[in-house]
Ligand binder design. Structure first.
Ligand code: C2E
Ligand code: CA
Ligand code: CA
Length: 692
């Protein structure tokens, strides 16, 4: 309760009453105590001490003029000379009603003058008015301060929208002096960048809501244009008529610039500063629209650097990055201002040309691009040579949509690449999608060795008692996009393109290294490792040499290496094949004939081949239990092999029943999921360690 009263009290303004006669003080206290908080002093000196003492500053002083020591006039004089007291309103009270006396007081800065005897109501009203006026003055002073020192440019215009005042920030922002703008219409700041519509909307809003906020372009005195964020508010008089328009504005050039930069980043490649895929998409979209309307043509040129991966892998990414920046600069130098070159990512770029003579333009630009890129690049201490493969698709001849244009350009790029790179190819419908996929995989396959994406898995081979005898090495490709890819998906392509040669070489090396590594463990040191050799690989003139070199390099027992060849070898020049096999066998390396029964199974030839083992194709093993004719064939193969002193291994053995039947027919070796799947080396070794 007491607190509440104190709270209410505190809201009331404080008045200091100064009079040497307690009776006078009592009269005033009685009159004012209901509406004000009061402090009293009985002399000018004690009053000044109170004011200087740092206590709460009163909102009003009521001071008796005639006091011993310091008179009311003296006090007033002192107060008006003191900066912290000069604004406090003062009412002088005196018994002297003479005009001269009053004017002296008012002259000195008294705000009012009362003659005794004082009437209660007069005192209250005068005190209240003075305090109210003083508070308004404070507010105005504060507003003036805000106006003058605000960081925001402030402009005040009257009802006719003529400028009546501007602040320092406005002068700084616009470059105009106050004198230059007073009385002028703010139109002088206008910029043609704003649309009429924008202004119309702005004024509609101001008239309807008395308030508008938004962005506006304005022109400085020096003619430069800048964006502003602006608030316009209407100040109305007591009758509700518009008196002023108050406009606050801040320069948002920097903000706009960073906004622009962010937008730029979203549309540009950070490394090279070239437009990125998103930007390209938008640009192509517009270009197609324009080309259609104007009857123009477009060329979409897909450019991929040849063997860029080498640079990254051997010299490191910083050098690769430098090279890409330089490539970007050269590409830009080859095209006209209104053509575009974008980076799709990695070492892929796209150039878009527009025009009427697009075919000859594209040829000229492609030649220029190939030429410019074939000049040596000097990056730090390195001088690098580079080339690019370029595929070109034309609008509207080859495709009408962005996707098709890009796809066709990409396809033709792969054709340029597969012809050895450093070339350009125009799209033709004969380059169908299948070809595209194939070419793409081929180029990826090409890089797979360099990128170490291949891995060998090992599948166990066991004897009739289930004891480990050896393993078959089976290649796997860790494709960067598609994950693990099986050999059936890429070996045929590798054979067709010749890539099987480096791949086969790698497999042979890996396998020999594995045999070597297995020598250190009793469980693995006797395992015979079977390696698949493709026909094309086998036919290399120096294949026997390669095998010997690998065996010697790794210092392995050649008897632990077995080459799996297929019947497809036998279709040509049997004598040569026999000679090569004999040469390799002379090293001590074994031979197995893979997938036997699935191909031509030319028994005549088979007799002539010095093989160690025949591998029964899994298609016969699969249906052994249900298909009697398969069983008969397998029985014949085994008998025939025994006749020729060859061992027989069955592959694809998945069930116990298959194993039992094969065993009964006389099969000596087995491979299949029943004994183990192909596994990465660590898993293979672990499984072997677990085996009984
Ligand atoms: P392949 O030489 O006939 O290899 C045996 C294939 O049968 C392997 O397929 C193996 O995973 C699979 N397999 C093993 N056990 C079973 C089973 O119990 N049931 C069934 N249904 N399949 C089984 P993978 O690894 O996909 O290899 C496919 C072919 O790719 C191989 O057939 C071989 O011709 C070729 N290949 C694999 N690695 C190489 C290589 O390093 N060089 C060459 N030139 N060819 C390879
Ligand atoms: Ca095989
Ligand atoms: Ca096989």
């Amino acid at each position: 309760m007491i607190n509440a009263i104190q709270e209410m009290q505190r809201d009331k303004p404080l008045i200091l009453l100064v009079d040497d006669l307690p009776a006078n003080l009592h009269v005033m206290i009685a009159a004012l105590k209901a509406d004000f908080r009061l402090k009293t002093a009985t002399s000018g000196v004690s009053a000044m001490a109170l004011l200087d003492g740092g206590a709460e500053c009163p909102k009003l002083l009521i001071v008796d003029v005639r006091m011993p020591g310091m008179s009311g006039i003296d006090m007033l004089r002192r107060m008006r000379a003191a900066p912290h007291l000069c604004d406090i309103p003062v009412i002088l009270v005196s018994a002297d009603a003479s005009e001269q006396f009053q004017t002296t007081g008012l002259d000195l800065g008294a705000d009012d003058y009362l003659v005794k005897p004082i009437f209660r109501d007069t005192l209250i009203i005068r005190a209240r008015n003075l305090i109210q006026r003083s508070e308004e003055r404070d507010k105005l002073r504060l507003a003036g301060h805000v106006f003058d020192f605000s960081g925001e440019a402030i402009m005040v215009t009257d009802a006719n929208n003529d400028i009546v005042d501007v602040n320092a920030a406005f002068i700084k922002l616009t470059g105009y002096s106050k004198a230059e703008v007073l009385g002028r219409n703010p139109r002088l700041l206008a910029s043609s960048r704003n649309t009429r519509e924008h202004f119309r909307l702005m004024w509609d809003t101001i008239n309807a809501d008395g308030y508008w906020q938004g962005e506006l372009w304005q022109t400085r005195k020096d003619g430069s244009v800048h964006p502003k964020f602006m608030t316009v508010s209407v100040v109305r008089d007591r009758n509700g008529e518009i008196e002023y328009f108050l406009t606050n504005s801040v320069d948002i050039s920097e903000y706009k610039e960073s906004e622009r930069r962010i937008a730029h980043l979203a549309h540009h490649d950070v490394l090279t500063g070239l437009p990125n895929r998103l930007h390209l998409q938008i640009y192509l979209d517009q270009s197609i629209l324009i080309a259609r309307r104007m009857g123009e043509q477009l060329a979409v040129m897909f450019l991929d650097l040849d063997r860029f991966k080498n640079v990254n892998d051997t010299l490191g990414h910083p050098v690769g990055d430098e090279l890409l920046i330089e490539v970007a600069a050269r590409l830009k130098s080859c095209i006209r201002d209104y053509d575009v070159v974008a980076r799709l990512g990695g070492d892929e770029f796209v150039v878009i040309l527009r025009g009427a003579e697009i075919l000859s333009d594209a040829i000229a630009v492609a030649k220029k691009l190939n030429h410019r890129l074939s000049q040596p690049f000097v990056i730090g201490a390195h001088t690098l040579r580079l080339s690019a493969s370029i595929g070109i698709a034309l609008y509207p001849d080859n495709a009408l949509t962005i996707d098709d244009l890009m796809k066709n350009a990409d396809t033709s790029m792969y054709f340029a690449k597969s012809d050895g790179g450093n070339a350009f190819r125009f799209f033709s419908p004969a380059m169908d999608l299948g070809a595209h996929e194939k070419l793409k995989m081929e180029s990826q396959l090409y890089e797979a060795i360099e990128r170490h994406e291949f891995e060998l898995h090992y599948q166990l081979q066991v004897d009739q008692h289930g004891r480990p005898r050896g393993a078959e090495a089976l290649i796997r490709w860790h494709h960067p996009e598609d994950g693990m890819v099986g050999p059936d998906q890429f070996i045929p392509l590798a054979e067709e393109s010749g890539l099987i040669l480096p791949i086969g070489h790698w497999v042979l090396e890996q396998a020999c290294a594995r045999i070597r590594a297995w020598q250190g463990d009793a469980r693995t040191c006797t395992l015979v490792l079977a390696v698949n050799v493709s026909a094309r690989q086998f036919r290399q003139p120096d294949f026997a040499l390669q095998v010997r070199a690998a065996v010697q390099r790794h210092g392995i027992d050649p008897a632990l290496l077995k080459l799996e060849i297929t019947e497809s070898l036998l279709l040509k020049k049997v004598d040569e094949v026999v000679a090569i096999i004999a040469e390799i066998k002379a090293l001590g390396v074994g031979f197995s004939l893979d997938d036997f029964g699935a191909g031509y199974s030319c028994l005549q030839y088979l007799k002539r081949l010095p093989l160690d083992q025949i591998k029964i194709d899994r298609s016969f093993v699969r249906d052994l239990a249900t298909n009697d004719s398969d069983k008969a064939i397998v029985r014949t193969i085994i008998a025939m092999a025994a006749n020729m002193k060859m061992a027989v291994i069955a592959e694809g053995v998945e069930t116990e029943e298959q194993r039992r039947i094969l065993l009964a027919i006389g099969c000596s070796d087995f491979q299949g999921y029943l004994f183990g799947c192909p596994l990465p080396v660590a898993a293979f070794e672990a499984a072997l360690a677990m085996a009984p």
